[in-house]
Design a protein around this ligand. Sequence first.
Ligand code: FES
Length: 184
Amino acid sequence: MSSLNEEEESLPQEPPSRNEMSRRQFLTYTLGGATAFMGAGVILPMVRFAVDPILQKKGEGEFIKVAEASKITEEPQEFTFELPQQDGWYASTAMLTAWIRKDANGDIYALSPICKHLGCTVGWNNNKAHPDEYHCPCHGARYTKQGRQLAVAAKPLDQYTTKIDGGWVYLGEIVPNTVSAKEA
Ligand code: FES
């Protein structure tokens, strides 16, 4: 006894006309579209996760609240503050130090303590032979109150960008020294 399917297969089949879509084409397009849609739903979130830290802003121009402006004196004072950092997917906090003072006009500026010779940390007034200077204990570099180099180092101490807002001193990125050029 022949089955219904065999009878159907034995019937002459007309090829689809040019403008008609065969059942096979229809299934191919439908399955292909559905697969692409589902694949995009899985892959796009992964791509976003992978590149998200790269697309995020690096925090340039951000300022950190560091000290009350009323507490700043003409004598340099050391302040430490936390800087949140994002390195790819790794979030951390760096402890930074700044030497902050105001000049005779009352303008506040902040120097980086990183020695411009080989990167040790300078201190203020820490060498009795050379009072009222920054001194680096590693190889003896010395700097003026404005950070101008006096010995060993080839460049002045860098400074932080500074902003005064609401009675507070905010510090931003570290930039080349400009205050030492105004030194009297
Ligand atoms: S690192 Fe400061 S003097 Fe060498």
